[in-house]
Ligand binder design. Sequence first.
Ligand code: CS2
Length: 496
Amino acid sequence: MTSRARLSATQLPRLDAQLRPPIEPGQLRTRIVHLGLGAFHRAHQALYTEQAVAADGGDWGICGVTQRSPAVRDALAPQDGLYSVAVRDADGEQLRVAGAIREVLFAREQPDALTARIADPAVAIVTLTVTEKAYRRDESGRGLDLRDAEVAADQADGGSRTVVGQLIAGLARRRRDHGAPLTVLSCDNLPGNGPILAGLVGEFAQRRDPDLADWISAHVRFPATMVDRIVPATTAEDRAHIAARLGLEDQAAVITEPFTQWVIEDDFTGPRPAWERAGALLTADVAPYEQMKLRMLNGSHSLIAYLGQLSGHAYVADAVAAAGIRAAAEGLMTVDVPPDLDVPDGFDLDHYRGELLARFANPALHYRTAQVAMDGSQKLPMRLWATSADRRAAGQTPVFAALGLAAWMRVVSARLAEDGRAIPIDDPLAAAISERLAGSEDPGAVVGALLGMSEVAPAALAEDPPFRELLTDLLGRLAADGAERTAAAVAERSAA
Ligand code: CS2
């Protein structure tokens, strides 16, 4: 094995010009704090920021904060925040180093440094990609989950165990030190992510310190955003390939697709990077884009992931190559989702559907079905349950959305693929789900148990006998006939 030097600021000048960032990293300083330093942020907002600086000037650098493990900090810190981005599709790969991340923190070990950064007057924006579960919402989806031990502990001592606790600690210090306003931008896959986060932060502050709550409502904005780019977890093989191309070792490389989209509600309290110069759409109303993306892209992603897991496909591209699964995803996006969408003016939904199917099929991305399938209890409400509830309210039968939900039910109840291999469940409610299911395998009992979990299924559907029967029938067929045949049969019948 050759031992290569590690990517870092001193190595940067040695790289070919086309591999170097479009900005001079050393000229940036921390003006944005980003919570949730996963691959997605590195392949999305961090690139928009450096392209905005390249196009428009400015010194917008990012302090990235990793939440659950020190791994990303330990990968990026020795690299001076530098990492490479490989954009891949069937035509090949484009590689270059990105340089907008100027500082990295691990929240659990460095809570004081994080509070100081959020309070830093040079910082104008906090962005977040912390995943759905990190919001720690209650069953209503809007309030704080006060039964969560870490939420309760942060409430009691003003600590930074949770994301909302981190924001509150930083905002309290900001108010005390200088009182400059701040914009907090949630980039997670939640409908109305800005208002949801505003509500959680407001509730937390109200309970701890009503004066702080008043200050926040006057000085802090929470615009909504829609983010989109498919970014699979990077593998050891990817890292080896990139090291060979770069001639340097890179522990923080990310792989992604050419497509990228960012729609941002234009409601900032202070300056911001010229993200529109990097292709972002700044608009007054993000809701139609968010709903469309969550129900079309993420809804079919989840449907493909669960059907794919059952039929033994490790990757999304392989799952969607199976005719039945592809037809079901197409059906979801043609029949079930569109009637309830508020499509943005002039938007071509047919083109969007075709583009999504092509993106899922990207042969150069190895996106694991297990990665999309994780956290189903948190993701499915806005991806498939919402579509089902809207269609039922209109007196319709959403067979494709129900098929996705039944596939999830089959995965969490049987935990077995059709080839006999175990399917591990990665979900914050995994224990509660198993307890509810109590080993039952009978389709009616499984559907009844899961519909009865109010934190998972909307009440209107739990009390809808025809929908319950539809799920029970589909779950029985998934077990008897397998995922691909069931999906093909559902699609055929819908087309008839
Ligand atoms: C995916 C998303 O893992 C998942 O649940 O559906 O991460 C998806 O790839 C992104 O939202 C695309 O923008």
